[in-house]
Design a protein around this ligand. Structure first.
Ligand code: FE2
Ligand code: FE2
Length: 219
């Protein structure tokens, strides 16, 4: 499975079965089938890693206790950037700094993603909120709406942490990948500004540094 490339960047994922239980696998297949029927391709490595990390973080933070909650995380993780499919790929892959106009175009992807995901019968308001608000910041300086603190939907706050982490530990056209420690330092420095402080603590202390994780729900 090509999406497993890069999974070595995730903590404690030698045994993928610990994360992807049969229940989770069903949710992934359900979301992938809808994604593929819409776009003619499967979600990519970033989407898969964000989804798996979001499951880990949500689990450790006590927000993935039921099958329903775990399903929400899977769908929101796999679909969070679906709006980018409607954007000019040249801008998405541009190696240099983006100008203001290009930045504004990129910032449309959460709202476009919301509209695309709205058409999936399995997607509810909570998943849509995760997609729409995954670039909001804890201090209110994010986009698209500048929501602040706990007014940002929980799923979006979780996605925000793992989305940035995955971007930092991945090679980008304009810089090589950071180490796990460098990325953790960045998250720590921006807790309370970009990120919810409690989620950063849980992510660093229990997801990145924690012991091997128990399975999510019945294996
Ligand atoms: Fe995004
Ligand atoms: Fe993303």
């Amino acid at each position: 499975m090509p999406w497993q490339l890069g999974l070595n960047l995730l903590p404690d994922t030698e045994d993928l079965g610990q994360i992807v239980t049969p229940e989770i696998q069903d949710f992934i297949e359900e979301a992938e089938a809808w994604f593929t029927s819409l776009l003619g391709r499967s979600p990519g490595g970033h989407e898969h890693r964000v989804m798996l990390l979001a499951l880990r973080l949500a689990h450790e933070a006590g927000h993935a206790q039921t099958p329903y909650e775990r399903r929400q995380v899977v769908w929101a993780g796999l679909l969070h950037d679906i709006g980018k499919s409607a954007l000019d790929q040249k801008i998405l892959e541009k190696p240099g700094t983006l100008n203001v106009q290009e930045m504004l175009i990129i910032q449309q992807h959460p709202a476009i993603g919301y509209r695309l995901a709205y058409s999936a019968p399995q997607v509810d308001a909570e998943i849509l909120g995760g997609i729409m608000h995954h670039h909001e910041r804890w201090d209110g300086e994010g986009y698209p709406m500048g929501l602040m603190g706990e007014s940002i939907p929980l799923l979006a706050r979780v996605l925000k942490v793992v989305d940035v982490y995955d971007a930092l530990v991945s090679d980008r056209p304009y810089r090589p990948a950071w180490s796990m420690e460098e990325a953790a330092d960045y998250l720590r420095q921006h807790a309370g500004t970009a990120f919810e402080p409690h989620l950063i603590r849980v992510f660093i202390e229990r997801v990145l540094s924690g012991p091997s994780q128990p399975p999510y729900g019945p294996a």
